[in-house]
Ligand binder design. Structure first.
Ligand code: EPU
Length: 337
């Protein structure tokens, strides 16, 4: 059911825990409610705020914040090998992963414990431990604000790439995601190639869905701060993609620099922003209420009482320092409002 909040404090609705206000926030369940909301409020500016895990508010928000709260998971079809499931945008991502693991459905286990709502997952194509959500999405259904119609977009039309989709570009300011349809596998297909995953899974007795989920949750909690304890938005920066010659020159100088091929483009190489920030001497750096996390340099944290502006100033300093030391531009993955 639709709920409207006026002059709302956003502290509990953003994982950085910064105190900013929005003039209006509306929670909605359905496309019909969205039609009413846009007809009644005709907002000059709006933004979809899911669980607020990837948004940094640097000022009070004067427009309309729109939060999907619809719940529901429905099995659409099933055969011997695959199950197609429709999940409402307001579902919590990790509860969905747990649901899949309980039912022995493969495909999302490496994405365990990512703080997100289901509706936010396709927007930045959430990814971790060698998996991306694009690999299991078949359809994204959204409300088109320009036409008031419900549109179903196939995976190919979502223009997914590393931390990107059309929802951040062509459909920005136009689409509000209502539900996502996933295709999950009944056939085991463990994806254990990333970092310590295989060792952690073996330690637990082998590649079952439960063991993989447990291993990923443990790896994450050993490296990444819990936003309920220490405000943060996971990786603040994207890993930069550079020309191969730039990566080769850096590798000559820094023999231990991590680098990853970009399957779609052999002229490019992806570097690890966390390593670049760490090797710039900034891991664990603290400036008053903000800092760079001591165990994962990709993560900026609010030690308590920081404003969005404080986080942004730190982010700018980190980008400048990495640019000066390595000549590489890194850019935020977090949406900055
Ligand atoms: N590294 C350092 N110092 C650091 C951090 C990393 O030297 O402080 C090095 C690591 O040793 C490793 C390399 O940099 O050689 C890459 O680090 P890591 O494996 O921790 O992964 P990442 O590239 O830093 C990405 C995602 C994470 C995801 C992990 C695991 C991005 C921007 N981040 O991090 O996603 O959990 O891989 O798959 O792609 C998120 O999006 O919020 C997030 C946490």
């Amino acid at each position: 059911m639709k709920r409207v909040y006026n002059d709302i404090n956003l502290a509990s609705r953003n994982s950085f825990g910064v105190v900013q206000h929005a003039s209006t926030l509306v929670e909605f369940d359905s496309a019909e409610e969205l039609r009413d909301i846009f007809a009644e409020l005709n907002p000059a500016q709006w933004y979809v705020l899911g669980e607020g895990n990837n948004t940094l508010f640097t000022r009070d928000y004067a427009g309309l914040l729109i939060t999907p709260v619809a719940r529901g998971r429905e099995i659409l079809s099933e055969d011997d090998t695959v199950v197609r499931v429709r999940v409402a945008a307001g579902e919590n991502w990790d509860e969905f992963v747990a649901w899949c693991v309980e039912r022995e459905l493969w495909g999302v286990e490496n994405l365990s414990a990512i703080p997100s709502s289901v509706g936010a997952a396709p927007v930045q194509n959430i990814g971790a431990y060698g998996a991306e959500v694009k690999d299991v999405i078949c359809v994204v259904e959204y409300f088109d604000v320009a036409t008031s119609e419900v549109v179903r977009l196939s995976n190919a039309d979502c223009e997914f790439s590393y931390r990107e989709s059309c929802f951040k570009h062509a459909l920005r300011g136009r689409a509000i995601i209502l539900a996502v349809e996933f295709e999950l596998s009944k056939i085991a297909r463990p994806n254990l190639g990333y970092g310590d995953v295989i060792a952690e899974v073996e330690k637990r007795g082998g590649a079952t869905l439960r063991n993989i989920r447990e291993a990923i949750c443990d790896i994450r909690s050993s490296k990444l701060p819990d936003p309920k304890v220490l405000g943060n938005a996971g990786s603040f920066f994207k890993n930069p993609v550079v020309e191969r010659e730039v990566a080769d020159a850096l590798s000559q100088r820094y023999g231990d620099m991590p680098r990853y091929d970009v399957p779609a483009d052999s002229s490019k190489v992806k570097l690890a922003a966390g390593w670049l920030i760490d090797r710039s001497g900034l891991k664990g750096y603290r400036d008053g209420s903000v800092g760079v996390h001591e165990r994962q340099a990709l993560v900026l944290v609010n030690h308590g009482g920081a404003t969005g502006g404080d986080v942004l100033r730190l982010a700018d300093m980190v980008c400048r320092t990495v640019k000066e030391k390595f000549g590489v531009d890194i850019s935020p993955e977090v949406n900055i409002l």
